[in-house]
Design a protein around this ligand. Structure first.
Ligand code: BG6
Ligand code: MG
Length: 217
């Protein structure tokens, strides 16, 4: 086995929080007088909170000044955190717990590479925080995915060269970031959306220990 490492995205890969981000953004859109579809939500996946609001406002053709933007960003996060507070271990996506523990047992290092500023809180809620060898989240980066910064910092923290890192992502922005970092990528979700991924899996059920073993063999 070569010295491989994994970098996992959080929302939509480790835990099913993508639906809560969607609900919170949709509530905001409705409050501002327009609707926000599942298809449009794809544009927000993997994207920072600030950039997500800009995309949402473009969709609704709504213009806000800076103070109003700050207010709505705060409101959206408060709403999102209400959903997160009710979350438990059962919302870890299928197969993830098993794969993380397999990597741990086999001393294959892994990091979190997430755009979320709530990442540590969520991992702590799920009792997963201590499992990770490194955490890089929205508080640690200056540029968001598809910029490769989040994954390059992750590789650095793990002490593994970028080309030996395997990124697991559900967002197009994340797959593009992995490619720009020179890393292998596994896209979780619609292969048409994630067409640039090196490997496509429909959902985390397909991210089995067997798949991981073959990949790093
Ligand atoms: C990403 C999500 O992981 O984190 C985005 O895919 C989200 O939808 C982004 O906007 C930022 O998250 P947070 O928790 O900092 O608002
Ligand atoms: Mg994601």
């Amino acid at each position: 086995m070569k010295n491989k490492a994994f970098i996992f995205d959080l929302d939509g890969v480790i835990v099913d929080t993508a639906k809560y981000h969607y609900l919170a953004w949709r509530e905001l859109a409705n409050q501002l007088g327009f609707d926000f579809s599942h298809e449009q939500n794809e544009l927000l996946k993997g994207v920072s909170r600030v950039r997500s609001l800009e995309i949402l406002l473009d969709i609704g053709n709504v213009k806000l000044d800076q103070d109003e933007k700050e207010k709505y960003l705060h409101e959206k996060n408060e709403q999102y955190l209400k959903y997160i507070a009710k979350m438990d271990h059962s919302e870890i996506l299928p197969g993830i717990d098993e794969v993380l523990h397999y990597l741990k047992r086999n001393q294959i290092p892994f990091a979190l590479g997430s755009a979320s500023k709530n990442a540590r809180l969520i991992l702590k809620t799920l009792n997963l925080l201590d499992l990770f060898d490194a955490i890089v989240d929205g508080n640690d980066v200056s540029t968001a995915k598809p910029d490769p910064e989040v994954f390059l910092i992750g590789a650095d923290k793990l002490g593994v060269p970028a080309k030996e890192c395997i990124v697991v992502e559900d967002a197009k922005a994340g797959i593009d970031a992995a490619a720009r970092a020179g890393m292998t990528s596994i896209g979780i979700g619609d292969p048409d959306v994630l067409e640039n991924a090196d490997y496509n899996l429909i959902n985390t059920n397909e991210l089995t220990v067997d798949f991981v073993q073959k990949l790093i063999a």
